[in-house]
Design a binder for this molecule. Structure first.
Ligand code: GRG
Length: 294
């Protein structure tokens, strides 16, 4: 790779941003408002973690960035849809996201629901139109559909809403986060790998890595909701408390959670040791996610 990993991350995140801008364009027709709302929430914010993971999966399989890009952008579109819907009054009822007004505050609730729906459908349309080998494309799409659906993110969100204000076990907290946040993070890396023809033997180690960083990511999210800076985060802190959420802090305290995130990130880095330069990038990413401030 020959560069520092911060620069590599930025390069990949910027490439995803540019491609999203190209794929999700404004249209001058009767429904132009929906394109405006989609672009408002999708562009100009976000770490592009899922997109970067997806590109990295593709590169690990020996693919070219341009071949895996539709999948990387689809991951970011699905992720943004989930945030737009999660912010709605029926769910977390948040006013700020990525440093600006949430979609329903900027537009209105109906538009935010439709913009989320449109991003989800658009993601699948984009993947279907990609130019890779059909069997690889379909396998990658299956991974993403499962991870976003009832046995993945939507399942986790359902359990999360059911558990608000209730005392739950640590096992259920882990289940919830593996589904709500972890599934999509894992699908990002795996779908990129599979879309570029990655061999079955390689998937186990990527799955193990992704499960660990997915959990570490959520633990850090809980920590930032207490210790973070609102301006840097781009959203209010204390929202877990406001929404009576169960968090890792509740189970292991602030210091215990910091320690747990570090352990997970170190274990994740260990799993990808043998994967050459891209493995080194993934190991750096595990550490970066642990130290992140937003
Ligand atoms: C509404 C179907 C549906 C699902 C919502 C992902 C999710 C499920 C809700 C988001 C709530 C939340 C804050 C979860 C914590 C982890 C998380 C997904 C944080 C946001 O992801 P980042 O930090 O966001 O990667 P950026 O803005 O950087 O892309």
């Amino acid at each position: 790779m020959g560069k520092n990993f911060d620069a590599v991350y930025k390069e990949r995140a910027d490439a995803v941003e540019t491609a999203l801008d190209k794929y999700v364009t404004l249209k001058n027709n009767y429904q132009s408002k929906i394109y405006e709302a989609m672009r408002y929430s999708l562009l100009g914010g976000g770490k592009r973690l899922r997109g970067v993971l997806c590109l990295t999966g593709g590169l690990l399989a020996g693919g070219a960035e341009k071949d895996v890009m539709p999948f990387a952008c689809a991951m970011e579109m699905i992720h943004t849809y989930s945030l737009v819907h999660d912010d709605l009054p029926a769910m977390d009822n948040d006013d700020m996201r990525r440093g600006k007004l949430t979609c329903h505050k900027k537009f209105d609730e109906a538009t935010a629901i439709l913009a989320g729906d449109a991003l989800l459908n658009g993601a699948f349309e984009l993947m279907l139109k990609s130019k890779g080998r059909e069997s690889d494309t379909l396998k990658a799409m299956e991974i993403i559909a499962e991870a976003s659906g009832t046995e993945g993110m939507i399942g986790g969100q359902t359990v999360d809403l059911m558990c608000e204000g209730k005392e739950i076990s640590k096992d259920l907290l882990l289940y919830l986060h593996r589904h709500k946040t972890g599934a999509l993070i894992s699908a990002a890396l795996l779908s990129g790998y599979v879309a570029c023809g990655g061999k079955n033997e390689g998937t186990a180690v990527l799955r193990e890595y992704a499960e660990k960083i997915g959990l570490a990511f959520q633990v850090v999210d809980d920590i930032l909701d207490i210790t973070g800076d609102e301006k840097t985060l781009g959203k209010p802190i204390g929202s877990d408390n406001k929404n009576h959420k169960n968090t890792f802090i509740g189970f292991m305290g602030l210091d215990g959670s910091k320690e747990y995130a570090k352990e997970l990130s170190a274990a994740a880095a260990e799993t990808v040791k043998g994967l050459g330069e891209e493995g080194k990038f993934l190991a750096w990413l595990a550490e970066y996610l642990c130290d992140r401030k937003f």
